[in-house]
Write a protein that binds this ligand. Sequence first.
Ligand SMILES: Cc1cc2nc3c(=O)[nH]c(=O)nc-3n(C[C@H](O)[C@H](O)[C@H](O)COP(=O)(O)O)c2cc1C
Length: 374
Amino acid sequence: MAIRFLTSGESHGEKLNAIIEGIPFGYELDFDFINSELASRQSGYGRGGRMKIEKDKIKIVSGVRFSTTTASPISIEISNNDWQNWLYPMSVEKIDFNKIDKELAKEIKEKIKEKKITKLRPAHADYAGAVKYNFDDIRYVLERSSARETTTRVAVGAICQNILKYYNITFKSEVISIGECTNKKDFENYIKNYQKDGDSLGGIIKIIIKNPPIGLGSYTHWDKKLDGKLAQAMMSIPAVKSVEIGLGKDYAKYSGSNSHDEIFEKDGKIYHKTNNSGGIEGGMTNGEDIIIEIAMKPIPTMKKALNSVEIKTHKKTTAHFERADNCAVEACGVVARNMSAIIILDAFLEKFGSDCKEDIDLAFQNYQKRINEI
Ligand SMILES: Cc1cc2nc3c(=O)[nH]c(=O)nc-3n(C[C@H](O)[C@H](O)[C@H](O)COP(=O)(O)O)c2cc1C
């Protein structure tokens, strides 16, 4: 593993943070690009009111000097504007009610009580999370299992995309369908229809990675296979329920002679006529673009609340509702393309070195020269 990263932060906490280790020396970062990826994650029809409160912007705290990476761990932070509204319910410090004005103490106590959640949300992390960690306020699960955490992943991924752009490797995501609607022009109205009923939707997203060099990943061991690493990264995104590469599960419908990508040669260059394998064969890039499709399930938190029970009393109730997206498929695509960028940069640095841009550039050029001579 050439790079690794950790994130921290709660949905309504003060800040979201990440530390990225392994970014080489000498890459100039484009903060406008990183912030534009963060803005894209906030967009898309069907997003909840929260996205109107937040204006996500990256703040780099270490590992960058004069806009250029220093090879030291990069730490970043992104502020949660909404935290101002949650100051007391999310307080890190113990509140000593004896030391504050009685009226204020009363107000804070009410706020904290109000924020306690006991009604389990089906399809969310609530039930298993509360049982596993032994608490009866689902707020604890909600705060960290929230997809707000994907904000920092997008920032990390955007740094990776930024570096891979130097090698002409680019990332795109595209919404293929929302629910059963496949006509892009109808997406907005389709979402609106469910939104007015307090219902939620999921969809299918395609991720296209252009110009990856041949030979990223490896066939030599299970945990070095690039398709396996990409699949894990995709499945780690909240609400993603399946990952397909190339033809994916449709591959099973065809005979080999009708589906495998035949190999040809033109002007000394080897290429595949089709790309049904989605750019990965034997756990390695094969020189074609990487094509991934993921499915996102409908958002669990809904105004149209489902049957549920109270965690402590087991009393029949309906699921907790608090401000939520009713469709976040487009945003999920932004998270997915950035998660894939983290995996691709990791494989890229494993192949071409991970200390400094100059050495990596030379290794990359040398490799391209060798390929051209094959
Ligand atoms: C970009 C994005 C936004 C999301 N927004 C919400 C939301 O507002 N409310 C919600 O209940 N779930 C939302 N989710 C999905 C949940 O976080 C997810 O379903 C939940 O954590 C349970 O995890 P699982 O679906 O992977 O099992 C969102 C997911 C993504 C990728």
